[in-house]
Design a protein. Structure first.
Length: 304
């Protein structure tokens, strides 16, 4: 009888132990999932440590604050890069984002225009940008290049460029901290969550895009426009500053008006002089006629 009672107690305790074990397992799974998902925000960010790079490449896709421009300008001021290539897609018929980026970049310091290069393109993606700029960098014998893109896209973009470029040049990536993506708290901000989801899907898609691709060489460029420095562009196509021309145009207009006024005055003076001469001539004629009139009368009387 005692054995039967013991078995009943054990059978009653077993369901409680099983339920407790399941609850603990669920809690552990949820905790591990939370930690993994939270840390996955950091995994998207790939930050390379470097002291100097020959080139910095500013990829298109900046926000209205142009945070990549600011980062590149700081690198150039500190001597951490020697030259900057600014990429930008065409947004109007004859205007590119690169033009606006370059204008802003040059306003951030006294930079050598021969060290700032513009790459205008119609590339819709990072992999297309890589196919555009890698051959040019290879033709320039670039050894180390730092890529400036969104922090959340840095790992994906770095992988794309390294895969397509091969061993040279060496591509580094930076963590450009910006308010729209915080890897520490991305889970609690709407815009950060959108970027997190977008970048994970884009990373998965890039793996498919890079399957079986071959390394790009300097001869593989199909780029249809020259990548030139700002100095080369200014020498070939001088930039006209309309603001500076305004005072000159006003001065020229004033000179023309002054010339017209003086000419009108001269013409008026000539006209007045001609009138005066005509009046004098008429007066002389009138006096002559008056003097001749008595003589004519006396002559007529004498004949009679």
């Amino acid at each position: 009888m005692s054995k039967i009672l013991m078995k009943d107690r054990n059978t009653r305790k077993n369901p409680k132990k099983i339920c407790g074990s399941i609850a603990i397992a669920i809690i552990l799974v949820v905790a591990c999932a939370y930690i993994t998902i939270a840390k996955s925000g950091h995994w998207l960010v790939d930050e390379s440590e470097f002291s100097h790079a020959k080139w910095a490449v500013v990829l298109d896709g900046q926000t209205a604050d142009l945070e990549r421009n600011a980062y590149a300008a700081d690198l150039l001021k500190e001597g951490m890069v020697d030259s900057v290539v600014i990429l930008g897609r065409r947004v109007y018929l004859d205007k590119s984002n690169a033009d606006y980026y370059a204008e802003d970049f040059m306003s951030r310091g006294s930079f050598d225009s021969s060290a700032i290069f513009l790459c205008r393109h119609d590339d819709p993606s990072s992999i297309a940008e890589a196919r555009t700029i890698i051959p040019w960098l290879k033709s320039r014998k670039a050894d180390t290049v730092i890529l400036l893109t969104a922090a959340s896209a840095s790992r994906r973009v770095g992988r794309i460029f390294r895969t397509l470029a091969g061993e040279s040049p060496v591509f580094l990536t930076a963590n450009i901290k910006y308010f729209n993506y915080n890897p520490d708290s991305w889970l609690f901000h709407r815009e950060s969550r959108k970027l997190w989801l977008h970048e994970w899907l884009a990373y998965a898609n890039s793996k498919l895009d890079l399957m079986g691709v071959e390394e790009i060489s300097a001869a593989d460029s199909a780029y249809y426009k020259p990548i030139r420095s700002l100095k080369e562009e200014q020498d070939n196509e001088p930039i006209i500053d309309l603001q500076k021309l305004l005072p000159k145009a006003a001065a020229d207009t004033a000179k023309i008006d002054t010339a017209k006024t003086s000419s009108a005055k001269k013409d008026s003076t000539k006209t007045d002089a001609a009138k005066a001469d005509s009046t004098k001539a008429e007066a002389v004629k009138s006096d002559s006629l008056k003097k001749d009139s008595p003589k004519a009368d006396s002559t007529a009387q004498a004949k009679k």
